[in-house]
Design a binder for this molecule. Structure first.
Ligand code: IMP
Ligand code: MG
Length: 180
């Protein structure tokens, strides 16, 4: 285990098993539909590469870069798009994927933006859900794990850009925040 991690919340094995289940569910739900997966970079990249390989349907993948965080641990509430989708999503079934839903601001803002391009449907997928932190009633349509209100890193999730490559999801030691 990485020396900065206090506790592993979700092991590599737990994540892999849940991602397989989510892929099966999505496969069943989208059978016969034109599916485009929109991945929010950077954090959702790790989850999305596994999830898309667990979806047994033809699909296309696109990426967006949006940010509402500086280097802190909670949203600034102001979502900026730094890279937009390049696929034409009009008339397509869109699945928007993020690593975690926290305040709900990112999913709410990006969903509004994507809806302007008239997708046939739009649903959201998050590997983790910190429901207690929601400020806007937004719910993800597919959730991997409900987790407690703690800042987590690993499997794509970062703190100030670090720890994304950890194969598990864990909680940082308090000393780490004091250091950065
Ligand atoms: P929201 O807009 O507040 O729902 O936050 C979603 C975004 O916040 C995610 O894409 C993450 O980048 C980031 N985020 C929220 N909670 C955490 C966390 O515990 N660890 C790392 N990133 C987080
Ligand atoms: Mg993120």
């Amino acid at each position: 285990m990485h020396n900065d991690i206090k506790q592993v919340l979700l092991t590599k094995e737990q994540i892999a098993k849940r991602v397989e289940e989510m892929g099966k569910q999505i496969t069943a739900d989208y059978e016969g539909k034109d599916l485009i997966v929109v991945v929010l970079l950077k954090g959702a990249a790790w989850f999305a590469t596994d999830l898309t390989r667990a979806i047994d349907l033809p699909l296309r993948v696109d990426f967006m870069v949006a940010s509402s965080y500086g280097i802190g641990t909670s949203t600034t509430g102001n979502v900026k798009v730094k890279l937009d989708v390049s696929e034409n999503i009009a008339g397509k079934h869109v699945l928007l994927i993020d690593d975690i839903i926290d305040s709900g601001v990112t999913f709410a803002a990006i969903s509004d933006m994507l809806r302007q391009n008239k997708p046939a449907s739009l649903k959201t997928v998050a590997l983790c859900d910190k429901a207690e932190r929601r400020i806007n009633g937004m719910e993800a349509d597919y959730v991997g794990f409900k987790i407690p209100d703690e800042f987590v890193v690993g499997f794509g999730l970062d703190y100030a850009g670090d720890y994304r490559n950890l194969p598990y999801i864990g909680v940082l030691k308090p000393a780490v925040y004091a250091r950065k």
